[in-house]
Design a protein around this ligand. Structure first.
Ligand code: AGP
Length: 617
């Protein structure tokens, strides 16, 4: 997820661009850049790292007079964080520039074709192909940048929110959107228009905004914006919305906390994580970033998953998938234990460190030990260019975008998606899953974003209602079985880390071996009881809980009439493939923890004693 901003109007452009980038820095901050047009030349400034590094560069520029420009703050997906890979990106002659948020899925093919046609690339990014494609389109017809952008985008597969500037039309910004957000701002007085990835960048100048929809293109000029259909070029009449957010609310897109915003970003984050990796027609999974040969994958004898916290819970779920579908023994290790054990690893073992940040000290230490042992190491990580990704043999990236809230939510479900893809990929390479089985699994994954979009608001309401009843509890027990046992652990972790309630996750079958002694009217129990292979056993455990008068919350399958008999607090969830329930059931638990913490007046985004990335032992 990156941040784009553009301005054309009566103001000096650079301060507007910088202010906009500051307000979008939550969307990505591994590099930044901007471009403006002066005396017919497109002048770029870019810097690696935080926005302050770009500002330091700009401080050295005598003065700015330009009234038009584009800016970008990057969350790297293709090409490591560096000045060279920072946006804007130019065509061969520096006559046009592009800023982009999204993923160009066919960028390899396009780059090869363009290079064969003589185009010289300077970066490792997928975005740069857009600049050269538009250059190609202009070479055929220099009458209109808008028409050239439309022609260029016909060749692009993937997602984009983009801004384009060309010195051939010095008063025009062209913007286009497909599955990445883009909003236009119309200045009330003074005259000027803006484009941005998100509303916060617009608010210092206007509250009048136009939301671009998918497959729409906008021509942005000082005196106004014209929106067209990308396919037909037909002008579209757009509603102008008035935003009444405070600047603080705006940074969270209107949500009270980053954590809540990130919970609601999960449909898009999950889509971004599997997009370009599953082929619905052929049922093929592609993970080129694995960086391991098929013969190495076919020769694997064991898999070891290493992680901490929520990432460890994701690993526990993956053990069920990998052993069921790939047929290889899987060990799951807490990284702080793994790094001090006598490790039995060799090149026949695949070690998978899982880390949102890619900087967790224990997981990084485990990664290094695995590398030293000769094991093959493929990381799962959300931050391109982070230490673990630079040291592992390969990395499967989650595309969750920056996760600001300390409690992991979208990163966790995207880790599950990445691990699910790894399962399908290994099964495909080792030939141990039929095409039909794989097709069914892919379909259940691909349906997830739309399903979650439909459910999230209801879950939010239901969890807020439950929180009213349970927020004053001192303890909580979460029970699950099978691949939902790790989700019980995750639900307990979410609750304890942001509401400070003592919560434990337990395998439901373990209750009778001790924890059942805890049960009384003051011990609330939340049980995960989807209708799956262990449902009857789970219901038996629920009966044991009920018999000891514990207050019971049940999460189960929509249509299961058995649940209402067992508890008056039942949350019905959509029926999905058994393998997918961990991803679905994790999200209401995130919302329950959020609502409980909110009612308890806790600092949801920055809970006491915690850090987003534990870079020390
Ligand atoms: C989860 O909500 C916590 N923030 C924490 O357990 C986290 O998952 C753990 O510290 C691992 O972090 P990583 O994924 O960045 O390695």
């Amino acid at each position: 997820m990156c941040g784009i901003v553009g301005y054309v109007g009566s103001r000096c452009a650079v301060p507007v661009l910088l202010e906009g980038l500051k307000r979008l820095e939550y969307r990505g901050y591994d590099s930044a850049g901007l471009v403006y047009l002066e005396k017919g030349c497109l002048i770029k400034h870019r810097a690696q790292g935080k926005l302050a590094n770009l500002e330091a560069k700009l401080d050295r520029v005598r003065k700015f007079t330009s009234h038009i420009g584009l800016g970008h703050t990057r969350w790297a997906t293709h090409g490591s964080p560096s000045e060279l890979n920072a946006h804007p990106h130019s065509d061969c002659n520096g006559e046009l520039v592009v800023v982009h948020n999204g993923i160009i899925e066919n960028h390899h093919t396009l780059r090869e074709e363009l290079q064969a046609g003589g185009h010289v690339f300077r970066s490792e990014t997928d975005t740069e192909v857009l600049a050269h494609l538009i250059e190609e389109a202009l070479a055929g017809d220099r009458s209109s940048l808008t028409a050239a952008v439309r022609r260029a985008l016909k060749k692009v597969h993937g997602s984009y929110a983009m801004g384009v500037m060309w010195n051939g039309e010095p008063e025009l910004l062209v913007a286009a959107r497909w599955q990445s957000p883009l909003v236009l701002g119309l200045e009330e007085e003074g005259g000027g228009c803006l484009l941005a990835s998100d509303i916060p960048a617009l608010l210092p100048y206007t509250r009048q905004v136009i939301f671009l929809e998918d497959q729409e293109l906008a021509e942005v000029r000082a005196d106004g914006c014209t929106v067209r259909k990308l396919s037909s070029d037909r002008i579209v009449k757009k509603k102008i919305h008035t935003i009444d957010w405070s600047p603080t609310m705006a940074e969270k897109s209107g949500y009270a906390h980053f954590m809540l915003k990130e919970i609601f970003e999960q449909p898009q984050a999950i889509l971004s994580t599997f997009r370009g990796r599953v082929d619905l027609e052929t049922g093929q999974i592609s993970l080129p970033e694995m960086a391991l040969f098929d013969r190495e994958l076919k020769g694997l004898r064991r898999i070891v998953l290493v992680a901490c916290g929520s990432s460890w819970h994701a690993a526990l779920v993956a053990k069920y998938w990998l052993e069921r579908w790939v047929g290889i023994p899987v060990e799951v290790d807490i990284a702080s234990e793994f790094r001090y054990r006598h490790l039995l690893l060799d090149k026949k073992v695949l070690v998978v460190p899982i880390s949102q940040s890619g900087e967790t000290a224990d997981t990084l230490a485990g990664t290094r030990l695995a590398l030293k042992s000769g094991a093959r190491v493929v990381a799962i990580c959300n931050v391109l260019g982070s230490t673990i990704t630079r040291e592992a043999h390969g990395t499967i990236y989650t595309h969750a975008g920056p996760e600001i809230g300390v409690a992991s939510t979208k990163a966790f479900t995207c880790q599950l998606v990445a691990l699910f893809l790894l399962t399908l990929y290994l099964a495909q390479v080792r030939g141990v899953m039929t095409a039909q089985e794989r097709q069914t699994m892919i379909e259940s994954l691909v349906e997830l974003p739309a399903l979650l979009e439909q459910e999230l608001e209801n879950w939010q309401t239901e969890m807020a209602r439950l929180a009213e009843d349970f927020a004053k509890c001192r303890d909580f027990l979460f029970l699950g079985r099978g691949n939902n046992f790790p989700i019980a652990l995750e639900g307990a972790l979410k609750l304890k880390e942001i509401s400070y309630i003592h919560a434990e996750g337990y395998a439901a079958g373990e209750m009778k071996h001790g924890p059942i002694a805890l049960l009384d009217r003051d011990m609330p129990v939340l049980a995960l009881a989807p209708q799956n292979g262990v449902y009857e056993k789970m219901i038996a455990n629920v009966e044991e809980v009920k018999a000891r008068h514990a207050r019971l919350i049940l999460l189960g399958s929509r249509g299961d009439k058995n649940l209402a008999r067992l508890s008056r607090h039942v949350v019905y969830l959509p029926v999905v493939a058994p393998d997918i329930t961990p991803i679905v059931y994790a999200i209401p638990l995130q919302l329950l923890a959020y609502q409980m913490a909110r009612l308890r007046g806790c600092d949801v985004d920055q809970p006491r004693n915690l850090a987003k990335s534990v870079t020390v032992e």
